[in-house]
Design a protein around this ligand. Structure first.
Ligand SMILES: Cc1cc2nc3c(=O)[nH]c(=O)nc-3n(C[C@H](O)[C@H](O)[C@H](O)COP(=O)(O)OP(=O)(O)OC[C@H]3O[C@@H](n4cnc5c(N)ncnc54)[C@H](O)[C@@H]3O)c2cc1C
Ligand code: SF4
Ligand code: SF4
Length: 417
């Protein structure tokens, strides 16, 4: 089996999530770059000093470890094994109709962040927006007001490394909000242990549900299929939002300089993009932000009516999250339309079998000598046993064997340093 001991091993043996925390914790050694066929990846800088090991200690690519208090009587016992720590599950949306409309789901993430800025004097929100120069790429932004938040609403199904900019939170003169993928939030959670400034200044962490991140080349391929003949011709790219779930929309310029717009349904575009997810997403145990204070997702337990206004599923995961959520509701930033713990399993039923498959995938990787991360505090075997039928059990093993060879998972990534 591959022994993973350094950030370089994580990157080279297909385990990197692209979070970017290594570029904050060992900033003199690592910087992030977009490897278009894979995702955001750490690169060792020229004349870099030796690694201190700090980055490896917080890297979510290789390790995720739950440390919440299982004896806490406020946690919902029935959800703990499958969904991690949960205090409350709500459905709701931003009261600000403009935020709600432009957001991915119901704008809960942006509304909570706005409440923290305006009512709790938090200094900024570290999150992700489209890159104005290369709209098919992302950049990390530090939003300070409503206009900034509005400009960064909507899911971007493309690589991001918000943890590479954690300095903005560490060096702030007060508390801040962090919004990211579950693996980003897990990285922040782990980095807090070795970084007092991050411990003091992280006022709220919000994760969104995440089925995986497609590479930049996925976006470029889809844009090319829709008519954009080069990356440079792309003027704007949105993946959803401006309605719920909204549409994938591409603005580009033809060689004769005429402006064109193409749209596709969210489902059609996701069906294409998801085929280009990074490998680490296939062995991810946390699709619902188990390390965050609050996690948000789509309430997919029901069909969305055409023209329906956006709605968010809101999962409270810590006492701090509960206190801030209650404050945001009381101050009128968030409207609640339902409260029911069954909304979580009903909205994401496929995740139980995904958790079951994961147990077999990890064991098969180890058996065949490929690298596998370590996950502690996640119940996996019971879901393999209970949720998967006989054929699915077989598929979870043989499908992994096939991928080990097809994706060359036992070998370092081609061109890796
Ligand atoms: C890669 C990806 C996979 C997803 N998979 C699922 C899924 O499996 N199930 C599900 O229910 N929902 C999924 N979503 C959508 C997600 O549920 C919604 O974004 C979430 O409900 C938040 O909606 P909102 O209206 O509260 O967010 P908004 O108020 O619109 O805010 C969205 C926030 O997400 C941040 N953001 C957007 N894209 C990225 C990115 N690539 N990296 C880091 N931060 C980003 C923005 O900066 C913004 O702060 C996914 C989103 C992404 C980006
Ligand atoms: S998962 Fe994050 S910390 Fe680990 S190597 Fe990748 S970018 Fe660095
Ligand atoms: S699926 Fe998991 S590993 Fe992949 S981007 Fe989402 S949270 Fe990170």
């Amino acid at each position: 089996m591959q022994i993973i001991q350094t950030i370089e091993d994580v990157r080279n043996y297909h385990l990197c999530t692209g979070c970017g925390v290594c570029a904050t914790l060992e900033s003199e050694r690592y910087e992030m770059e977009d490897v278009t066929s894979e995702g955001m990846r750490p690169r060792v800088k020229d004349s870099a000093p030796e690694s201190s090991g700090a980055a490896f200690g917080a890297c979510p690519g290789v390790r995720l470890q739950h440390d919440f208090n299982r004896e806490d009587g406020g946690l919902i016992r029935d959800l703990r094994a499958a969904w991690g720590p949960v205090y409350e599950v709500l459905e709701g949306h931003a009261s600000d109709e403009e935020l709600r409309f432009s957001a991915s789901s119901g704008g809960a993430a942006s509304a909570l962040a706005l409440y923290c800025l305006e009512r709790r004097s938090m200094r900024g929100v570290l999150h992700t927006a489209s890159d104005p120069v290369h709209p098919y790429r992302n950049r990390t932004v530090f939003s300070r007001d409503r206009a900034d938040l509005l400009a960064a609403t909507g899911s971007r199904y493309a690589p991001s490394s918000p943890c590479a900019e954690l300095r903005q939170i560490i060096d702030a003169d007060g508390e801040c909000v962090f919004i990211g993928k579950p693996c980003d939030v897990a990285a922040v959670h782990a980095a807090q242990k070795s970084t007092p400034g991050l411990r003091d200044n992280l006022g709220l962490s919000i994760a969104f549900f995440c089925a995986g991140v497609p590479s930049t080349s996925a976006s470029l391929k889809l844009a090319a299929l829709q008519g954009a003949d080069s990356p440079e011709s792309i003027r704007a790219l949105r993946y959803r939002g401006n309605g719920w779930p909204g549409v994938w929309s591409l603005d580009y310029e033809t060689k004769s300089k005429s402006a064109q717009r193409r749209t596709m349904s969210y489902q059609e575009s996701w069906d294409f993009l998801q085929r280009h997810r990074q490998w680490r997403c296939y062995i991810c145990p946390d699709h619902t932000g188990e390390f965050a204070d609050i996690a948000v997702g789509d309430p997919w337990y029901r069909e969305v009516e055409p023209g329906e206004s956006g709605s968010s599923l809101i999962v409270v995961r810590t006492r701090r999250g509960q206190e801030i959520l209650d404050g945001a509701i009381a101050a009128g930033y968030l409207k609640v339309t339902g409260s029911d713990v069954s909304l979580l399993p009903r909205s994401q039923p496929n995740l139980l079998s995904a958790r079951g498959s994961l147990w077999a995938r990890l064991h098969t990787l180890r058996l065949f000598g490929a690298a596998a991360p370590k996950f502690s505090g996640f119940a996996l075997f019971p879901f393999w046993w209970r949720e998967l039928g006989f054929m699915e059990k077989l598929r979870s093993v043989f499908g992994t064997v096939k991928r080990i060879y097809r994706k060359r998972l036992r070998h370092p990534i081609e061109g890796a340093p």
